[in-house]
Write a protein of this length. Sequence first.
Length: 264
Amino acid sequence: MKITPKNPVEIEKMRKAGHVAALTLDYITPFVKAGVSTLELNDKLEAFMRKNGGIPATIGYRGYPKASCISVNQVVCHGIPSAEEVLAEGDILNIDVTAIVEGFHGDTSRMFGVGQVSPAAQTLMQVTYNAMMAGIATLKSGSFLHEIGTAIESVVAPHGYGIVREYCGHGLGRKFHEDPQVLHYANTDFSSTRLRAGTTLTVEPMINMGTWRTHLESDGWRVVTADNKLSAQYEHTVLVTEQGAELLTASPAGYTCWPYTGQR
Ligand code: MF3
Ligand code: CO
Ligand code: CO
């Protein structure tokens, strides 16, 4: 594993990319409502991202066709936005966007509820958010990479939820995905790897109400839970610093975990 910390000029570009990605999720928030299709959401956020100087990194990435991944209910990740997929009261969904600004990537996702969601779904989303933040809280210059997964698992395990294993967080910079691989479950796979200040990576746990096992659908992208139970995910791009972690994709509107005040 080859982790190369960013220099100050590169870090400034990472901040810009993270800002545009987070701003895009803030922007789309009031449009997430019953009766809207995931394609309409995608097209709106794509126009906004471009207007704000961001290039959607997902378009053409390994042949992916759209500017966002929108993953509804039992979809774990990589849901391709579609005109046929119309949101209904009680749905939960993840919107994941990645903006390229000045050649650097900012990658972030959040959960949304449509109208009133079940208490069980709300708890799943809150625990997933808490798990991401606990993983991020382990980060500082000299921290061990595997502390992230340990912290996430300690938040999730008491609830009996499954932590997805086949998809992980990642380093990023000029490249969308680079070392290190960030595992979200307790592991000792890279137990000797220490992180240095200037490292940029994502923490993006996917947490399932039931089994951690997943199934890749026949479109080659959409990943669903093996038992068809709900799945949730939050994602931040962060910078490792001497003191801790800087959230490069913090919401300019101040949104943290759903429900957001801006959503109607
Ligand atoms: N944004 C996703 C991540 O968090 C990657 C999506 S790749 C795509 O790493 F091709 F599915 F868009
Ligand atoms: Co990511
Ligand atoms: Co992402």
